[in-house]
Design a protein around this ligand. Sequence first.
Ligand code: UD1
Length: 473
Amino acid sequence: MDVLKIKGGKPLEGKIKAAGAKNAMTKLLVASLLSDKMCTFYNVPNILDVEITVNLCREIGSQVEWNREEKILKITTKELKTSYVPQRYSGSNRIPILMIGALLGRTDEDIIVPTIGGDLIGSRPVDLHISALQKLGARIEFREMKKEGAYFAQAHQGLTGAVISLSYPSVGATENTILAAVRAKGTTLIKNAAIEPEIIDLILFLQKLGANIMVDADRTICIQQAHQFQEVEHTVLTDRNEVASYAMAAISTKGRVFIEGAEHLHMIAFLNKIRELGGGFHVKSNGIEFFYDQPLKGGLHLETDVHPGFMTDWQQPFVVLLTQAQGASVIHETVYENRFGYTHMLKEMGADIELFTQCLGGKQCRFASSNHHHSLVVKGPSLLKGHNFSIPDLRAGFAYVMAALLSPDISTISNVEFLDRGYEELVAKLTSLGADIVREPLLPLKKLSPEKCKAALHGLMKKVEIDTGAPTL
Ligand code: UD1
């Protein structure tokens, strides 16, 4: 287990290259399991979530060659060795549940998926996944197993296309349904589907693989059964979360950073808010340059939403950016009911943030009658003091890195493994932009307080589990 030490107060300046998208690459690996043909991916991000997904695919029977330097990965799954997702993968990320959609049409065995995890940002149910797959003919049961439970899924009678209306355009449920529908007889319609760029990338891949898929303007996705599969070569799209993260770090530190590979098309909602705030950007032929242009103006109202809205994963670093803007701004989180947990540490640093359970401004969202803090008011500008952070989830992790970069003091950040899940070469990229940042092993456990020692051991065991397959604590 490592910690980051950051001494902030310096502008970030220079150029970086954006990595391939975590939220696309992990799904593409799962999608490759639909066929027995070789799939070659380019622009593969060298991050922990890809490593975990590669290990999971190997368990299932895939042959994988991954050249991390060249960012090329070749995967072939001639035969399935098993359709049991080992328990140790549950809790590591949101990928295992997608194994059901990918494997249902490929095996007569039960597909067994332990309960899933991911970031600690709400309950993250999978009801929409399960009911959509059942509509295609899958039989899925939840059974108690060991300490937790597992989904048992099978489609012994085969899958048949159906009309599926999602009550909310869930990214994961849309992906799971598309994967199953590729092998379902006839035609499947998904209404109110998610249409995030990463889903379109998955559709492009599946079309190359042999599927016929149409996306209508009204959020309907139409999938026809694929009768044969082909070898595929696919370049993974750029990570718009990484792009937005470095863009906000550049503007908030009063710097200037060119991000090679940043895709204008995927950043429209983000760029509109940056302009409203007074942040600078130039869209160039091979990327986007972000820079501090003038004192940042608050007074913004921002609602997170499904694509093409303002992405929920941009919300946490954006709140840090707003701590540097003059005036009060309102954020309404409409995608997750519990994605403000990270703000208490920002408040300890000196940020002026107040949380509300009501839907502030704009529309009433799904969480209007719940008791969750899902709106906030942030006032700035604030001088942030250094802090000792413990990261609760991936995007909050980057928000803390950004806050640390803004403080002239030294800050320490633990639970760095969350950042490893989604940010390639974080320390090297920030160092190249002039940040004072180092990564060091955590202090020997005997020097920690009992609470920190317990938390450190828990994190360490989780990592050992993933790396070596050692049993759960
Ligand atoms: C994906 C992304 C995540 C992003 C999110 C929304 C990956 C690995 N993660 O997560 O970075 O923040 O999309 O853009 O791609 N829901 C249900 N029932 C379900 C499924 C979802 O109620 O069966 C709810 C969730 O609790 C949440 C909302 O729908 O409130 C959005 O979830 P979803 O779009 O499914 O997100 P993920 O696919 O988990």
